[in-house]
Design a protein around this ligand. Structure first.
Ligand SMILES: NC(=O)c1ccc[n+]([C@@H]2O[C@H](COP(=O)([O-])OP(=O)(O)OC[C@H]3O[C@@H](n4cnc5c(N)ncnc54)[C@H](O)[C@@H]3O)[C@@H](O)[C@H]2O)c1
Ligand SMILES: [Zn+2]
Ligand SMILES: [Zn+2]
Length: 394
């Protein structure tokens, strides 16, 4: 089969690789019909090189048709249409029963002290072959796949794999008080959907984003207060000006470690990206390569006693945190990878009718054949050609 394969920093190629096979009784094989590129893939593209190997198949936002199931998979039959969550969880351990599927005790990657295994996401998360491919082996298929009806186009459902549950968790973890204000930093796919879900639940939403077409996409979806990140001298002041001088009740950081505006971090990123192997791993783990610009903005812009929900991914181990400010302002912090299955029942009603209340139909800006995955990564990373969400069709 064909698959998008990592060859090095900013070097993705579409290679011929062996077809996946059923290995465990709980496996299934799906034929992928649509598979997306995510902001999280950009971390692999740019700075996570020390944790990848040439030949790793990328991708964690796939959907498709069940081809084959192992003997223990009784809930699926070939021909079913399924969306595959990016988190691989068993559904039946202590953590899964708590709704903390990203901490699944069956799939935790203990060798690296990590949480649940993820598709296409480095050795830290199990080095599981990913979904930017024609076929995908789905472990724990007795639990993970989300069955969706045939009929509507893939774009209706594809975002159940990551974008929508992640955004819903971001909003839940933000604990926005009734009638309160949430500031969403970053209006990529995750920020767009976090803003829309918060809005649908009655919150006032202030967006912050540097890229013009992303600011423009927010408006027709009811997010009309957007600050261009390039404009204000001080973002915290700009947000306090809009919130009675106090700051935002809640802030969602939907940016993560690819943030603009932290040049020191950029240097370290480039260094580790160019220096694969144990040395770079050490630097990433101990010296810290995060670009904390967005997180610092969140800490400044949140009101005293407010909540910061970090949904953007961070990865360093020694990043300086302003503990004095966090402690003095009595800030609450919540974060983590999305517990995808935890949010599906709440999301389904938004996708059931044809009215598309979250505007999932307008998120994808590019639909490319899988062969053009390298081009897709490039325009998404460089924010060229208006790329906001890129879907690949294998
Ligand atoms: N926690 C999870 O489970 C989970 C799941 C999916 C994605 N993510 C993470 O969420 C983040 C966003 O994902 P995405 O797909 O929307 O990616 P993206 O890269 O398209 O979005 C990031 C947005 O932030 C903007 N931005 C950059 N620097 C900024 C700054 N300093 N202030 C404000 N905005 C800034 C960028 O212009 C971009 O629009 C990534 O870090 C990704 O890894 C987390
Ligand atoms: Zn993703
Ligand atoms: Zn589990």
């Amino acid at each position: 089969m064909k698959a998008a394969v990592w060859h090095g920093r900013r070097d993705i190629r579409v290679d011929s690789v062996p077809d996946p096979e059923i290995r465990q009784p709980t496996d299934a094989i799906i034929r992928v019909t649509t598979t997306a590129i995510c902001g999280s893939d950009l971390h692999l593209y740019e700075i996570m090189a020390p944790f990848l190997e040439v030949g790793d198949i990328l991708g964690h936002e796939p959907m498709g048709i069940v081809e084959e199931v192992g003997p223990a998979v009784t809930n699926l039959t070939p021909g079913d249409r399924v969306v595959i969550p990016f988190v691989i969880s068993c559904g039946d351990c202590f953590m899964c029963h708590l709704g903390l599927h990203t901490q699944c005790e069956t799939t935790q990657v203990r060798e690296y002290g990590s949480g649940a295994a993820l598709f296409g996401y480095t050795k830290l998360y199990g080095q599981v072959p990913g979904g930017q491919a024609q076929y995908l082996r789905v472990p724990h298929a007795q639990f993970n796949p989300i069955k969706v009806p045939h009929g509507a186009p893939d774009e209706r459902f594809i975002y159940l794999s990551d974008v929508l549950p992640t955004s819903m968790q971001a909003v839940e973890y933000a604990s926005i008080p009734p009638g309160g204000t949430v500031t969403v930093l970053g209006l990529g796919p995750i920020g767009q959907m976090s803003a829309r879900i918060a809005r649908a639940r009655g919150a006032r939403v202030i967006g912050v984003e540097p890229v013009p077409e992303r600011i423009e996409m927010a408006k027709p979806n009811g997010i009309d207060e957007v600050i261009d990140w390039n404009d204000p001298e001080n973002l915290g002041d700009a947000i306090r000006d809009l919130t009675g001088g106090r700051g935002s009740d809640a802030v969602i950081d939907a940016v993560g470690m690819e943030a603009h505006g932290s040049p020191g971090g950029k240097l370290a990123q480039q260094l580790t990206g160019l220096m694969p192997g144990p040395l770079a791993r050490k630097i990433m783990e101990t010296a810290g390569t995060d670009r904390l610009n967005a997180l610092y903005t969140a800490i400044d812009a949140v009101r005293r006693g407010g909540t910061i929900s970090i949904i953007g991914v961070y990865g360093g181990m020694a990043d300086p945190m302003p503990m004095l400010t966090l402690f003095d302002k009595q800030v609450q912090l919540r974060m983590g990878q999305a517990n995808v299955k935890r949010w599906i029942d709440e999301l389904m009603p938004y996708l059931a009718g044809d009215d598309d209340p979250l505007g999932v139909g307008d998120l994808a800006t590019h639909r490319l054949p899988l062969e053009q995955a390298p081009h897709g990564y490039e325009i998404f990373q460089k924010k060229q050609d208006g790329a906001i969400k890129v879907l690949l069709r294998p």
